[in-house]
Design a protein around this ligand. Structure first.
Ligand code: NAD
Ligand code: TDX
Length: 339
């Protein structure tokens, strides 16, 4: 089995590569990643010498490079993690989100059509469903909830999802899609809520909570997401969408307070800043389908996962220090200086 994993130098893709190489020692895994600001080759260092692993630095939008890779490797599957993934960046500059998330997806699927494939899997997000009201805790996203996006990011992911389903119906491409809730865990890029708060708290810097911090996200430990994708690509039905989430809804402010408590830092570091434009209120996944069809259940409880994650950031300063002291510093200044 040969699998091309795109975006494997990022947060979830790298965790997925570790999971797959560990669980299937006879699989060949090729990581296709162009190393944007969010891609980090040092993350993949532990597997670089594995003879069943290959890293290729190219963009999924580069048709010639993608076709060359298909000719060289004859993949059985493609799992597409590669994306621009940060909502705030999409509000500042939508164009690259359309290029990577939509055009990149079409380039990958065209190569799958041209050379043949057993499965093309699209890693999508619960954000394609828009948001839910805070006063309706009985409401959840199911796979049939209408697409109703809020940000350029979620719109680009939804556009890609629709294209994936269209390639299935029009060309019979054997596709699947998973839509997951918010992930957390090792190698999460420091621009996202949980790692940003951990690292700022460690430096006794202000903890910038958007609006009143009452927005709710449904958090899943990254390993549980990887295991779910593993099940979908092997046993999931072609042409289907699977929602992934662990019924773990938390308000942003409660997460930030928990991080302060775990690190022994004062809540006075919390600073309420201007809200995100178009900020989604609540995400909540109904994972009944993947549970009933594939037997998937999350294994890591949030109370344990957040402790493991904080410990990972404490133990791995050498991974995140070069990021927060480098180019990312300019982004942070631009986004938060006058907020
Ligand atoms: P990330 O930003 O950490 O990593 C993205 C990776 O894609 C990086 O390594 C980057 O270099 C690479 N990449 C970007 N553009 C590329 C291109 N044109 N060609 C090749 N590689 C490119 O993202 P993440 O958080 O790991 O998310 C991975 C996927 O999962 C995304 O598709 C995202 O939409 C989806 N997702 C993320 C979450 C979450 O909570 N992080 C939840 C649900 C779904
Ligand atoms: O500094 C911050 N302060 C703050 O209050 C940041 C970075 C975020 N927030 C809030 C905004 C959100 O309500 O925290 C919440 C989580 O924000 P992000 O970490 O940016 O994640 P989110 O916007 O929910 O999107 C994430 O989950 C779905 C991923 O980044 C997406 O790629 C995925 O599709």
């Amino acid at each position: 089995m040969t699998i091309i994993v795109t975006g494997g130098a990022g947060f979830i893709g790298s965790n997925f590569i570790f999971h797959m190489l560990n669980k299937y020692p006879d699989y060949r895994i090729i990581c296709l990643d162009c190393l944007t600001y969010a891609g980090n080759l040092s993350t993949l260092e532990p597997v670089m010498d594995n003879p069943n692993f290959r890293f290729v630095k190219e963009s999924i939008t580069d048709r010639a490079a993608v076709e060359k890779l298909f000719e060289e490797e004859h993949p059985d599957m493609v799992v597409n993690f590669a994306a621009e993934s940060h909502v705030d960046r999409s509000i500042e500059n939508p164009q690259v989100f359309l290029d990577t998330n939509i055009i990149g997806t079409s380039v990958l699927m065209d190569a799958c059509r041209k050379y043949g494939i057993k499965r093309y899997h699209q890693v999508s997000t619960d954000e394609v469903y828009g948001d839910l009201p805070l006063d309706r805790p009985d409401m959840f996203f199911t796979e049939t909830t209408p697409i109703h996006t809020s940000s350029p990011y979620s719109s680009s992911k939804a556009g890609a999802d629709l294209l994936v389903l269209a390639y299935h119906r029009t060309y019979g491409l054997p596709v699947s899609i998973s839509r997951c809730s918010n992930n957390y865990g090792p190698y999460h890029f420091p621009e996202k809520l949980i790692p940003l708060m951990i690292i700022n708290a460690l430096h006794d810097k202000p903890l910038p909570v958007y609006g009143e911090g009452l927005n709710v996200r449904d958090w899943l430990y990254v390993e549980d997401h990887c295991k779910a994708i593993d099940l979908v690509i092997h046993n999931g039905r072609v042409g289907e969408v699977y929602n992934i989430g662990g019924h773990n809804e938390m308000r942003n402010i409660d997460i930030v307070k928990l991080i302060c408590k775990e690190l022994g830092k004062p809540e006075s570091l919390i600073t309420y800043v201007t809200d995100r434009k178009g900020h989604d209120m609540r995400y909540a996944i109904d994972p009944t389908k993947i549970h009933d069809e594939l037997g998937w259940l999350p294994e890591t409880k949030f109370a344990d996962g957040i402790k493991k994650t904080i410990k990972w950031y404490l133990d791995n300063e050498s991974w995140w220090e070069p990021i927060v002291s480098g180019e990312y510093q300019n982004y942070y200044e631009k986004m938060y200086a006058n907020r």
